[in-house]
Structure formats: structure tokens, C-alpha cells
Design a protein around this ligand. Structure first.
Ligand code: C2E
Ligand code: CA
Ligand code: CA
Ligand code: CA
Length: 278
């Protein structure tokens, strides 16, 4: 089970953890979730540090399991990948978040982009760029408003991944490398991938106000990103001290509980989209 602050996850009792019974229960439940619309999108603001302004959000999936509450994506994404259910789930997720973002734009909000996480299984689908094209056409969202968050593990087969990344870029979609710094060959990827944004992993941010080693790593990532003409965002910012440190660097954006955990769309509208929703 995983519990965290304002972002409560309920889950099966521990004795069921990692058992076949749990897995079967999850799989049956997940199939039903896809059919019965138990999946939901939460949104977490990305804050522009200098102006303290929110114009972008990351879409994060939630499974609202009847009787159990919210199940963490960390608990069901791996199974969704194993069973192939991630394909319909991922497309639903992208469509729902693009549609919502376009709705906010239509209502007059001045927004930059919506970020959607993509699983390796989705990315490796031969028709992945067509799926993205279809979602954009269906929702009417301009490609520049969509950012796809990739992880290093996802793009390990670079010979296959790089052409797909270029196709997405040609369409006008933005690409972000998530959890940066936790993989193995980050540096060589950086010059080969057509990226827009680097997202510094939460693990470096956690002790940034105490650890001069973490400061050195974060400073290095930020300066390298800027030299490569990339945007840079720090994730997992929870305290004023962490933000203060980042504000002393040229890092442009942060994301984290300090501003808000991921929340349902109504809360985004009320808290971040200006007067017309209040
Ligand atoms: P991620 O993409 O690295 O997302 C960031 C995670 O950190 C989210 O967890 C978010 O709620 C959490 N977080 C945000 N700010 C803070 C903070 O200040 N402190 C701490 N401790 N945590 C923070 P979440 O929503 O549980 O998602 C976990 C992971 O599940 C995501 O990691 C992503 O890899 C995956 N995931 C979520 N939604 C999707 C989806 O729609 N598709 C795919 N393929 N994966 C998803
Ligand atoms: Ca992400
Ligand atoms: Ca991340
Ligand atoms: Ca992560």
C-alpha cells in the first residue's frame, strides 16, 4: 500500500501484496475499469518559478476502484503493460487530457501545454504517431499544446525510438525526458534525442537544500540543459527551501506538492484558471 499526504491511495491489504491472487484481482478489475469508466485524470500544475505562474499541467492517471478508493498508477501501470491493456488505457488517457485542455483553452484560459506520460509499450506500437495524430484531430488540440513525457528506459532501443521522436517533433508535439538523472546513459541520449524539456528527477530535489552534492548535480543538469537549448523543470518540490534553492539557479519551472498534488479537473479550474471559474 502507498499513502501520501493529500493524495491518498488505498490499496489491498498487505497479505495480498505480490501474490497471484492480487494480480488476478487487479487484472479482472482493470479490464472492468476500462469498460466502466473507473479511470480518471488528475492534473498537477507546473509552476513558472520567476513569475510564480501556472500555465501547464501534467496529466496523471487514477483508478477509482469502487470500495477501495484510488489505486496508485505505480501499482497498475506495470500490469496494464503486461496485459496490453495499456494500449486502450493510454489512448483514452491522452484523449481525455487533450479534450480537457482544449476545453480550458476554449473557455479563455491562457495556457501553454498539457503533458502526458507514455509507456514503453505504447511508444513501441508501430502506429503510435498516428494514434497521437488521431487524438489531436478528435479533440481539436493544436500539437504545440501537447507534450509527451518519455523515460530513458522507454527509449533504450534508440535505433527505433529516434525516428519516432522525430516524427512527433515534425507534427509539432513537444517531447520531455522524465526522471532525468536516474538512468544509465543520459548524456549520450541528450545529444541524440530531439527533446524540448528535461525533467530533473525528484531524488535530486529531495535533499537539495542540505546536500552540496545534490546541488552540484542539479546545477550541472540545469546548465547542461540550457546549453543544449532545452527547458528544464524540477519535480518533487515540497518545501520553500527547495524552491528557494531552485530560484537561485536558471531552472525555469517546478512541479511538486509545494504548489499542489495532482488534483481533479474541477480543482484546477477553481484554483489556477482565473476568475471566470471562481
Ligand atoms: P511520474 O511521471 O514521475 O510522475 C510524478 C509522480 O510524482 C506522480 O505520482 C506525482 O503524484 C508524484 N509527485 C508529484 N509531486 C510530488 C512531490 O512533491 N512529492 C512526491 N513525493 N511526489 C510527487 P503518481 O501520480 O502516483 O504516478 C506515478 C507514476 O506512474 C508516474 O511517475 C508515471 O511514471 C506513472 N503514470 C502516471 N500516470 C500515467 C499514465 O497516464 N500513463 C503512464 N504510462 N504512466 C503513468
Ligand atoms: Ca511524468
Ligand atoms: Ca518523473
Ligand atoms: Ca517517476
Amino acid at each position: 500500500a502507498k499513502f501520501n499526504g493529500g493524495n491518498q491511495y488505498q490499496f489491498f491489504t498487505n497479505d495480498l501484496n505480490d501474490t497471484i491472487a492480487k494480480k488476478m484481482m487487479l487484472e479482472t478489475g482493470l479490464r472492468r475499469a476500462v469498460e466502466h469508466e473507473e479511470l480518471e485524470v488528475f492534473y498537477q500544475p507546473k509552476v513558472e518559478i520567476e513569475r510564480n505562474e501556472v500555465t501547464s499541467f501534467e496529466a496523471l492517471i487514477r483508478w477509482n476502484y469502487p470500495e477501495l478508493g484510488l489505486v496508485s498508477p505505480a501499482d497498475f501501470i506495470p500490469l496494464a503493460e503486461e496485459t496490453g491493456l495499456i494500449i486502450p488505457i493510454g489512448e483514452w488517457m491522452m484523449e481525455a487530457s487533450c479534450r480537457q485542455f482544449q476545453e480550458w483553452l476554449d473557455a479563455g484560459a491562457e495556457l501553454d501545454r498539457i503533458s502526458v506520460n507514455i509507456s514503453a509499450v505504447q511508444f513501441r506500437q508501430r502506429d503510435f504517431p498516428e494514434v497521437v495524430e488521431r487524438v489531436l484531430a478528435k479533440t481539436g488540440l493544436a500539437p504545440r499544446h501537447l507534450e509527451i513525457e518519455l523515460t530513458e528506459s522507454l527509449v533504450q532501443n534508440t535505433a527505433l525510438a529516434i525516428p519516432v521522436m522525430h516524427r512527433l517533433k515534425q507534427m509539432g508535439v513537444k517531447l520531455s525526458l522524465d526522471d532525468f538523472g536516474t538512468g544509465y546513459s543520459s548524456l549520450s541520449y541528450l545529444k541524440e534525442f530531439p527533446l524540448d524539456t528535461l525533467k530533473i528527477d525528484r531524488s535530486f530535489i529531495q535533499t537539495i537544500h542540505q546536500s552540496s552534492k545534490d546541488q552540484a548535480v542539479v546545477d550541472m543538469i540545469i546548465h547542461m540543459a540550457l546549453k543544449l537549448d532545452l527547458n528544464v523543470i524540477a519535480e518533487g518540490v515540497e518545501t520553500e527551501e527547495q524552491l528557494e534553492y531552485l530560484a537561485s539557479t536558471p531552472c525555469q519551472h517546478y512541479q511538486g506538492y509545494l504548489c499542489s498534488p495532482p488534483v481533479p479537473r474541477q480543482q484546477i479550474a477553481e484554483r489556477f484558471l482565473g476568475k471566470q471559474w471562481k
